[in-house]
Design a protein around this ligand. Structure first.
Ligand code: HEC
Ligand code: HEC
Length: 220
């Protein structure tokens, strides 16, 4: 009896040892594959929040076509011209007083943007607008052009690090909007009776998010 039981437990022990070794092997494999890492480190919020939206090209294109109207609106596009002169007004005419971009987008000597543009909108007709951040346009080597493009071209530029300020991901390129850059939010507080973009900032920001989280496909 005693002998039998010993024999039984020896065999069980061997089995357990084999199973245990197999588990360790599997665990090691999973670890090396990064499977454990993924479980341990929480995924980025955006990946968890919009799982069903991922890669829905039709939804993404529709969302981009909607937000394009904001990018092309005068309040945004005036700082994103194709040439080196910012534009002004709803007509987007070239900025008066020989103002030009300069290397860093901050104007040239004697005509720097902040000489006239203060940290708030100055009251009165034709007074320079301003906001909490230093007023400037994109630099000469990264013009980030909005004017004169189709929605599809603008969309593709946003995904091209040579044209979007060097941003590697679409989400990074959209940080300027999603992190509420004062130069962006200024468009909804433009002063002097200037018109605003065609939808609210909240709606715009939500649609930009929809475009990104649906995979960022571009209209033709
Ligand atoms: C006062 C000028 C100014 C205005 C107005 C402005 N921008 Fe910009 N924008 C910039 C500058 C400058 C950059 C480059 C990043 C920086 O230096 O902050 C930029 C960069 C961007 C970028 C990221 C670059 C890219 O092409 O991927 C986006 C997106 C953008 N702007 C959107 C907007 C939108 C939308 C509006 C209007 C609601 C707007 N901007 C209004 C100056 C402006
Ligand atoms: C000599 C003063 C002066 C300088 C320098 C100057 N601006 Fe202006 N800017 C103005 C004034 C004044 C207005 C308002 C014009 C109006 O409303 O009729 C204006 C308007 C603008 C507008 C149009 C806002 C809108 O949506 O209608 C943009 C964009 C702009 N400036 C960008 C710049 C940038 C970028 C620089 C530097 C590269 C710059 N400005 C340098 C005086 C200046």
């Amino acid at each position: 009896m005693m002998k039998d039981r010993n024999k039984f437990s020896a065999r069980t022990g061997l089995k357990l040892f084999v199973i245990g070794a197999a588990c360790l092997l599997l665990a090691g494999f999973a670890w090396s594959n990064g499977a454990f890492k993924q479980i341990a480190v929480s995924e980025p919020v955006e990946a968890r929040e919009f799982p069903s939206n991922l890669n829905d090209p039709e939804k993404a294109k529709a969302a981009f076509n909607d937000v394009a109207a904001v990018f092309f609106s005068a309040r945004c596009a005036n700082c994103h011209p194709a040439g080196d002169i910012p534009t002004q007004g709803d007509e987007m005419i070239p900025h008066t007083m020989n103002v030009t971009r300069g290397k860093e987008g901050k104007g040239v000597y004697g005509q720097t943007c902040t000489t006239c543009h203060q940290n708030e909108n100055l009251a009165g007709d034709h007074m320079p607008p301003g906001t909490s951040k230093d007023w400037h346009m994109p630099p000469a080597d990264q013009k980030m052009v909005f004017q004169g493009l189709t929605a599809g071209q603008l969309c593709r530029n946003f995904k091209d690090p040579s044209k979007n300020g060097g941003h590697k991901t679409l989400r990074e390129a959209m940080d300027h909007i999603q992190k509420k850059d004062p130069l962006v939010t200024w468009a909804w507080d433009p002063g002097n009776g200037r018109t605003m973009p065609p939808m609210s900032f909240e709606e715009f920001s939500a649609k930009v998010e929809e475009w990104v989280s649906s995979g960022g496909a571009c209209p033709e």
